[in-house]
Design a protein around this ligand. Sequence first.
Ligand code: HEM
Ligand SMILES: *[C@@H]1O[C@H](CO)[C@@H](O)[C@H](O)[C@H]1NC(C)=O
Ligand SMILES: *[C@@H]1O[C@H](CO)[C@@H](O)[C@H](O)[C@H]1NC(C)=O
Length: 318
Amino acid sequence: MATSSSFIAIVSLALLLGSVNAQLSTNFYSSSCPKLFSTVKSTVQSAISKEARMGASLLRLFFHDCFVNGCDGSILLDDTSNFIGEKNAVPNKNSARGFDVVDNIKSAVEKACPGVVSCADILAVASRDSVAILGGPSWNVKLGRRDARTASQAAANNSIPPPTSNLNQLISRFNNLGLSTRDMVALAGSHTIGQARCTSFRARIYNETNIDSSFANTRRSNCPRTSGSGDNNLAPLDIQTPTKFENNYYKNLLQNRGLLHSDQQLFNGGSTDSIVRTYSNSESTFNSDFAAAMIKMGDISPLTGSNGEVRKNCRKVN
Ligand code: HEM
Ligand SMILES: *[C@@H]1O[C@H](CO)[C@@H](O)[C@H](O)[C@H]1NC(C)=O
Ligand SMILES: *[C@@H]1O[C@H](CO)[C@@H](O)[C@H](O)[C@H]1NC(C)=O
């Protein structure tokens, strides 16, 4: 009797631990790395103090990580002579940045608690801190992701939406990963910070009609019409306040001042117009939907338990 009930107790405990392990939790490192949050925040803060754009770049890395086979740190792996990673995939090449800052965060975290915190989780925390430092909402980040031992350039090419996407394509890229249309519109509000290259918006400013003409002229001044010249010249995604995280992105869309073709698709007479109006009128609705959608994006197929590994160096597998 005693033996069988303790057997049952052990089995239930194992099942419980198994199920707890299989999902993310906000207190995952509370005993194994109590200084995690303060360590990440201070490193992110000093990077943003040096260059305000870095907050945008870190946030984008998390998005580009999560959209390619889940939030597993795959975007951080360097290419080598016998390994093709994601850094040179179309959406990332000459564009994704902030890898040195991720290295700095990882070093500081390794010093505090060696071998404990995954690179995938570091991206999740650094994104939250970036948004909060730039004036946006904060949220409790779920943790416990482990790092992939693989990456997929093909999946990065095919899963991250290009700026040429129309509304239906945007909706389906997000729906494919369990994110709703409303989540998509909220997450796109990330374009209230950061910069884009001329090559990402050239066709829009020269060829599209649903664009404010004085805005188009302003952007043309630093983005030549001819492809190949000035491709990497930068322009702010939010013409008003590119280093402040608020709802100006949506206010711009109401005035046909979306920089990317994909941005203006969210307010172009289609099904998402009403969501854009809501967010432009209510910063608090935007903030709470954005935070919820970030948590949801962070839940995309993480590696947990004994799957994957905790990388020592975010750039290479152990
Ligand atoms: C809705 C579909 C989206 C499309 C088509 C898209 C596309 C782009 C493009 C083309 C750029 C400029 C890249 C360059 O020219 O180098 C960019 C920048 C950026 N994106 Fe998105 N994006 C989308 C959604 C998101 C989401 C969901 C997030 C974050 C949750 C995000 C965060 C950012 C940030 C912060 C930047 C600026 C990065 C920097 O300054 O370094 N984007 N995006
Ligand atoms: C990703 O796209 C680029 C540009 O089209 C291409 O050169 C590369 O081979 C693609 N990668 C894979 C693995 O399909
Ligand atoms: C504008 O559209 C025309 C006609 O489709 C095309 O030939 C041209 O390359 C486009 N220009 C830009 C800057 O995309």
